[in-house]
Design a protein around this ligand. Structure first.
Ligand code: BES
Ligand code: MN
Ligand code: ZN
Length: 512
């Protein structure tokens, strides 16, 4: 889908989308001056179209009781000789309160209304009152439209032509098209990174396994990222017994993926390190999962998918920051060679782990990658992302991801970034009471706690592999990586949750 920006000009032909503000209740807003005290406020273009069509817009607004409430739409098929085949009114609510996320959502709503047209013109008016500026908001409207346009249809050979969206191009008219086009570069980097994440997460596990995942990531070298893939002999030399134990029942050898973007002015500045759980398929291993829903475990590499997408985004928008993305890539299978419940493995840190449940595998993978991250990169901060526990879904459903941290400042920064982009985080407590549950009779720890607070005991396990003085946060994203119904910005399937959050977190706090 091609997106371009231009000045607001005399109404175009074809399908046109115009914005309508909601009348400010009670207070006299600038836009509402000389207008009746209540009722939606047409932008200048909408008013012109209304004139052109002899009042059809206002009549429709009245008949449909359209208020201009944000994200509400009203469509008019315009009969007769007029220039337009269709006019779509989009409510923007109170335009002064529009921010980037609200603009993205508007873009997504707009996309849905015009997806079946070959092209559309969007006239964004009256949004210059918002804090973010008209150009930037227009760029985010475009970004939202593109995010919503994503489809994963490479395996459909028989789809009905009419079922496919036809939209090829959108022209967005706004007050500051040059600014919009400029801001759109960074937005494009973000959308492309989100698409990479969604593609990785949507792929089935017969196509995407540790080796093929790593091979896809190698394409990031063309964006200026240094990509290194550690194969099993190297992992053995490093002593990654916890990670290797998970993969030992699989015909697909394990990998650790190292991606480096050195964009800071000071090339030696300690990096932000992102770590992703990349279990390309999680059968549970010998502690085998039941069949219903097991297909979902193709997206147990969601954390690694986010890390890879964010790296691409940062590189493509030339972010002034040093970031390392690390992914522990394995497949958890039952097999004659698989690890058994009760096996003891030695992690790279030297700590030993009794593997009581082979389905608690993500933490075993992360234990070694977290340790490696600290040994090699001496990070400023580590954030790991993992579809770690079913318990986080029981606690938060799909509406928040779980946040665990050893540092309040880091937790607050992540929470704020998540709120800003609509990828929300909810912090959980940690503490010795929970950590005690990991006591083992024969090793330094076991890999599961008791039946309660499963997401917290999982986080406690990870924390045993993090140095006290390294600010660290763990995001349990099991509930948000995939959404059967779709989200405001994504079709059903992989959501890309986390890419926008981490991009924002880094942009707000770590770029020099
Ligand atoms: N990958 C799963 C967690 C998961 C469950 C992600 C559902 C997405 C949807 C993880 O490896 C797992 O199996 N966790 C176990 C841990 C338990 C054995 C302590 C769980 O949550 O049941
Ligand atoms: Mn598991
Ligand atoms: Zn898993």
């Amino acid at each position: 889908m091609k997106i371009s920006f231009s000045k607001i000009a005399a109404p175009a032909r074809g399908v046109v989308v115009v914005t309508v503000a909601e009348a400010a209740a009670g207070k006299e807003s600038k836009a509402a001056k000389n207008k009746p005290a209540s009722g939606p406020v047409l932008g200048r273009s909408a008013a012109a179209i209304d004139m052109h069509t002899k009042g059809a817009l206002r009549r429709a607004i009245k008949a449909a009781e359209f208020s201009g409430k944000r994200e509400k739409t009203l469509q008019l098929l315009v009969p007769g000789e007029g220039q337009f085949t269709r006019v779509v009114l989009v409510g923007v609510g109170d335009p002064t309160s529009l921010d980037a996320f609200a603009a993205e959502r508007l873009g997504a709503v707009i996309y849905d209304t015009v997806a079946r047209e070959p092209s559309a013109t969007v006239m964004l008016e009256g949004i210059d009152t918002a804090k973010a500026g008209a150009g930037e908001l227009a760029a985010h409207v475009a970004g939202g439209a593109r995010l919503k346009s994503y489809r994963f249809d490479k395996y459909r050979t028989k789809e009905d032509k009419d079922a496919k969206p036809k939209l090829k191009s959108i022209v967005i008219q706004c007050q500051k098209p040059a600014e919009a086009a400029k801001a759109h570069d960074a937005v494009t980097a973000l959308v492309d990174g989100s698409f990479l994440t969604r593609d990785l997460v949507n792929e089935p596990a017969n196509i995407l396994y540790p080796e093929s995942f790593a091979n896809r990531a190698k394409s990031l070298t063309k964006d200026g990222i240094t990509v290194e893939v550690l194969a099993e002999p190297a992992l053995r030399r490093l002593g990654m017994g916890a990670l290797l134990g998970v993969g030992q029942g699989s015909a697909r050898p394990s990998r650790v993926l190292v991606m480096r973007w050195n964009g800071a002015r000071d090339k030696s500045k300690a990096p932000v390190v992102l770590v992703g759980k990349g279990v390309c398929f999680d059968t549970g291993g010998i502690s085998l999962k039941p069949p219903p829903g097991m297909w979902d475990m193709k997206w147990d590499m969601g954390g690694a998918g986010v890390v890879t997408g964010v790296m691409q985004t940062l590189a493509r928008r030339k972010a002034r920051v040093n970031v390392v993305g690390l992914c522990g890539l394995v497949e958890n299978m039952p097999d004659a060679n698989a690890q058994r419940p009760g096996d003891v493995v030695t992690s790279m840190s030297g700590q030993t782990i009794e593997v009581q449940n082979t389905d608690a595998e993500g933490r075993l993978v992360l234990a070694d990658v977290l340790w490696y991250a600290q040994q090699r990169f001496k990070p400023r901060v580590i954030v790991d992302l993992a579809t770690l526990t079913g318990a986080i879904i029981a606690a938060l459903s799909e509406h928040y991801a779980g946040l665990f941290a050893n540092n309040d400042d880091l937790a607050n920064k992540l929470t704020a970034a998540g709120t800003a982009v609509g990828e929300r985080l909810w912090r959980f407590p940690m503490g010795d009471e929970y950590d005690r549950e990991l006591k083992s009779l024969i090793a330094d720890m076991k890999n599961i706690g008791g039946p309660r607070a499963g997401s917290i005991t999982a986080a406690q396990f990870l924390q045993r592999f993090v140095n006290k003085d390294t600010p660290w946060a763990h995001l349990d994203i099991a509930g948000v990586v995939w959404n059967e119904k779709g989200t405001p910005l994504a079709a059903p399937g992989s959501t890309g949750y986390g890419v926008r959050l981490l991009n924002r977190f880094i942009a707000d706090h770590y770029e020099s």
